[in-house]
Design a protein around this ligand. Structure first.
Ligand code: S3P
Length: 173
């Protein structure tokens, strides 16, 4: 089985992927980390030196390589499902879970986070970050909602893991 976690930046995909990989003894894959290891640059450096389109093509390449693996849990970059028909590739190759949050919640989570995220680096306060997320999330939701299952992201990791295991059981995997 291949489990893909999709959702906006800051939605908790990496944490949940780690917990699931431990629970299921699946290999943990983080597409941002894979790209960084492959290219030898951070995501921000790739955005700066080669631009976003180049980064999106790298994401698509990494995604297509995953079809050769099994028993994996994949934390995808927040934009990955929204470009190059990647959501179709995801749903053909595995089972997808959308870690769904409201704009306000994402704003709070991202504002607290100190990770390196080139798309939001310029929004230095909640008042400017909130409208960006609102518009960007709205655009992306049409891809995110194509996930096989929707998870309420505003839960503890333990209950998110329990939800994924329940859905997994429902589809007989
Ligand atoms: C992005 C999300 C990031 C990373 C890049 C672009 C996006 O991953 O891929 O900064 O477009 O939403 P996370 O969702 O892990 O932050």
């Amino acid at each position: 089985m291949r489990i893909f976690l999709i959702g906006y930046m800051g939605s908790g995909k990496s944490k949940l992927a780690k917990a699931l990989s431990e629970e299921l003894s699946y290999e943990l894959i983080d597409t941002d980390n894979q790209i960084e290891a492959h290219i030898g640059q951070t995501v921000s450096q790739i955005f700066d030196s080669k631009g976003e389109d180049h980064f999106r093509n790298l994401e698509t390449k990494i995604l297509s390589g995953l079809s050769e693996k099994d028993n994996i849990v994949v934390a995808t970059g927040g934009g990955l499902p929204c470009f190059n028909n990647n959501i179709e590739t995801i749903n053909k190759g595995g089972t997808s879970f959308y870690l769904c949050h409201k704009t306000q919640n994402l704003t709070d989570r991202l504002f607290l986070g100190n990770e390196d995220r080139p798309l939001i680096i310029k929004y230095k306060d909640r008042t400017s970050l909130h409208p960006f997320i609102k518009i960007n999330l709205k655009r992306r939701e049409k891809y995110y909602f194509q996930a096989n299952f929707i998870l309420n992201g505003d839960q503890t990791i333990d209950s998110l893991v329990a939800d994924v295991l329940w859905f997994k059981n429902q589809i007989g995997q």
